[in-house]
Design a protein around this ligand. Structure first.
Ligand code: 13P
Length: 340
């Protein structure tokens, strides 16, 4: 596959202010989500829930890609259509999470490095065969006393570079996700500084490992105060610092930046994305949300087939709100409740 083709796939995912649905919760993570609504995490319940999301009427107008977990890539809709085929037929690019999780970094208490490189070339070949055209690898950077260390940032950037190079070799667009967590009590200024260091290390590695930026999407955190910080910044301040940080550290060749929601509420994630787009930059600035696209839908569904339509309406609403935010055209007045 030529570099042009990878670039075309990447651009199509974020075309017309579309974003990405991150539905790639691992078996452990989806169990936590299902526990919160009192639903047992069986293979069939996981399939039924993803089926509901992927068959939501009209969602292809706002969602250009869906990230799947290995199990889901191999599952099918109720009518027997394999999920990757169903998504592609709707004009939604199927993607696959390929990392195997963040594991403790030896010698660096409190820090992790993401694993999954062994055998990845062969796994990519199979994922391409199954229909995946983009991939995701999530690195986790934790803010705390004396951390992150440069050792942790560099180890994660190196793994992201190796993953991205293998992905492009297989004809699959890599999403590189260096997530600086927002779970601590740090200020927004600390998040800015750590995000800047992380992006700098990442793009150094991508360059060294011959990754073509034109065929790569970036999935970062917003620059935002930690959840436990007494001073929470306004969405205007989040936008100013986020756009400033990215203008300084992300090359304009990147065809799209798709933010993760990281534990923000649904509306907060939309409001911040909208403020970011009011400022704008040389790249499409869109979303690749998990929790902030699915929270209301999951609750509306609650495992009952009778609620599928309500859940789909909730998901369609959040998708539409975020696509509007990706255009800088969202306002709080559009947030009228959709489920009676
Ligand atoms: P959240 O939007 O819930 O942070 O999930 C996005 C994601 O894919 C994290 O890897």
């Amino acid at each position: 596959m030529s570099a042009n083709e990878l670039g075309a796939i990447a651009r199509s995912i974020v075309a017309d202010h579309k974003g990405i649905l991150a539905a790639d919760e691992s078996t452990g993570t989806i169990k936590k989500r299902f526990d919160s609504i009192g639903v047992e995490s069986t293979e069939e319940n996981r399939r039924a829930y993803r089926d509901l999301l992927f068959t939501t009427p009209g969602c292809e107008e706002h969602v250009g890609g869906v990230i799947l977990f290995d199990e889901t890539l191999r599952q099918s809709s109720a009518d027997g259509t394999p999920f990757p085929e169903l998504l592609a037929a709707r004009g939604i690019v199927p993607g696959i999470k390929v990392d195997t999780g963040a594991k403790g970094l030896a010698g660096r208490p409190g820090e992790t490095v993401t694993e999954g490189l062994d055998g990845l070339r062969e796994r990519f070949a199979e994922y391409h065969e199954l229909g995946a055209r983009f991939a995701k690898w999530r690195a986790v950077i934790t803010i705390g006393d004396g951390i992150p260390t440069q050792a942790c940032i560099d180890a994660n950037a190196h793994a992201l570079g190796r993953y991205a190079a293998l992905s492009q070799e297989a004809g699959i667009v890599p999403i590189v996700e260096p997530e600086v967590l927002m779970d601590a009590d740090n200020t927004i200024e600390t998040c800015y500084e750590v995000t800047a260091r992380t992006l700098q290390a990442l793009f150094g590695e991508l360059d060294r490992q011959a990754v073509d930026l034109h065929g790569t999407l970036l999935k970062p955190n917003m620059v935002i105060a930690g959840k436990g910080c007494a001073t929470q910044a306004s969405s205007q301040r989040v936008a100013e610092l986020t756009v400033d940080c990215f203008l300084r550290h992300v090359p304009a060749a990147v065809p799209g930046i798709v933010f993760l929601s990281g534990g923000q509420s649904e509306v907060q994630a939309t409001e911040n994305l909208n403020a970011i787009n009011e400022l704008g930059g040389p790249w499409p600035l869109s979303f690749s949300y998990g929790r902030a696209l699915q929270g209301s839908a999951l609750e509306a569904w609650s495992g009952d087939p009778a609620n599928v339509e309500d859940a789909q309406q909730a998901f369609a609403h959040r998708s539409r709100m975020n696509a509007l935010a990706a255009a800088g055209s969202w306002s709080s007045g559009l947030e009228a409740p959709v489920v009676a």
